[in-house]
Design a protein. Sequence first.
Lengths: 114, 115
Amino acid sequence: KAGVTQTPRYLIKTRGQQVTLSCSPISGHRSVSWYQQTPGQGLQFLFEYFSETQRNKGNFPGRFSGRQFSNSRSEMNVSTLELGDSALYLCASSLDRGSNQPQHFGDGTRLSIL
Amino acid sequence: QQQVKQSPQSLIVQKGGISIINCAYENTAFDYFPWYQQFPGKGPALLIAIRPDVSEKKEGRFTISFNKSAKQFSLHIMDSQPGDSATYFCAASGSFTGGGNKLTFGTGTQLKVEL
């Protein structure tokens, strides 16, 4: 079974631009969550999508948004990029919702803001 | 109340030794505690997980010990190998409002296993 696939792997943008990251979950998985990983803040939850609806949101500004499609694939968008948005963005998928659902991560998209 | 505190920040262990990483949480509504292993350039990989109704869970060389009253849990890596050198994260989630699949992570432990 293929794992969680994130594209692109690397991205370089400049301040003020916007970016869209893509995540394909493990086949059959219906829940997709996004996390930001930085050396200073560690791993922080961005949001969770299930059945094309955002079910949960972390403490990030409105510039961070996402969506999920009917095939469970998900995208996240960051508008008006800031230098502090430089991070590894990770997507995780699980079979279903619920706190005890094992979540499996992709290898992330490394976003660098110049 | 949502924090998960992890220690130590870094750890050096000799090959064949036992690596021990500790985590503590505050929110008693957490009911799922996974551990992840992350290699450079890769995403976190799920190692092992435990629920609070169990005090210990073992999978191969990896064991989670869970102390519900102390609100602490730890990862033990037996017979540590150089290939275990990675960053380890503890995490917690709970079925409360704002919980669901949201994982709250510890700050990570960089493990180095020396020959």
